[in-house]
Design a protein around this ligand. Structure first.
Ligand code: DX5
Ligand code: ZN
Length: 234
């Protein structure tokens, strides 16, 4: 069953309750919650106080995407705030940012991922790891047995409304092949530039969880847009 997780980064915060109800009425299963700290990405979005309010508005699963440099500091607070899924970035693990000119030590990064994933599981939540577009997918094999989902960024993390990076499709295909070997139950979530005209491409490549922000929450017809995406995901 494919999952839609619309990102409230694109929502009208003056009408958040109404728009989240539209997601529910349209059949979405999750709300994607893009947390940005102004360091891992230059933008700042919102944090745990807003999550607490969203938690009170809906019973949809809250899919928290931590675009922060220090996720280990935030896991328990976002769990208390009502998260159902917490995803953190591979690139901020010790040894995990080789693609960005830092130290590259896959064993060290995998050990830290396992440690954080165990903490998230202990709190009763699902654990995810997210990859920026230039981070090699091969290193994910060692992590897969310890996590529930991999979140593939198909834009450079930051603001919503960017264009889908086409090389992401092959990355999704490669990750699905690795997951078939190392954790067949692994969800592959895609985040960034997903529209009705490219969602089939990413599903066919092996994604089964779709983040969509501006394509669903950019206007006034949230329920209808959500319904259209759910039809495409069927
Ligand atoms: C980027 C954000 C966006 C957002 C989705 O860091 O994470 O990808 O979730 O925005 P759209 O669907 O508008 O690209
Ligand atoms: Zn996201």
């Amino acid at each position: 069953m494919n999952i839609l997780s619309p990102s409230i980064l694109s929502a009208d915060f003056g009408r958040l309750r109404e728009q989240i109800q539209g997601l529910k009425d349209g059949g979405a299963q999750c709300v994607h919650f893009d947390v940005m700290d102004g360091h891992f990405v230059k933008e700042i979005s919102f944090g745990e106080p807003v999550l607490r309010d969203v938690r009170k508005m809906t019973d949809l699963d809250l899919d928290v995407h931590l675009m922060v440099t220090n996720p280990e500091e935030h896991i328990s607070r976002f769990a208390q705030g009502g998260a159902d899924i917490i995803t953190f970035h591979y690139e901020v693990m010790p040894g995990g940012n080789g693609a960005y000119g830092g130290t590259r030590d896959p064993e060290q990064a995998a050990a830290e991922v396992q440690r954080l994933a165990e903490e998230i599981h202990y709190l009763g939540l699902k654990a995810g790891v997210s990859l920026k577009p230039r981070t090699p997918v091969e290193e994910m094999a060692a992590l897969m047995p310890h996590i529930d989902l991999i979140l593939v960024m198909s834009v450079e993390p930051g603001f919503g409304g960017q264009k889908y990076m086409p090389q992401s499709t092959e990355r999704i295909r490669a990750l699905r092949a690795l997951a078939d070997q190392y954790n067949p139950a692994l969800h592959i979530e895609v985040d960034g530039g997903i529209k009705l005209d490219n969602v089939r491409e990413v599903l066919d490549a092996g994604a089964d969880m779709i983040v969509a922000g501006s394509a669903v929450l950019g206007g006034d017809d949230v329920r209808e847009k959500t319904q259209s995406f759910m039809e495409a995901l069927a």
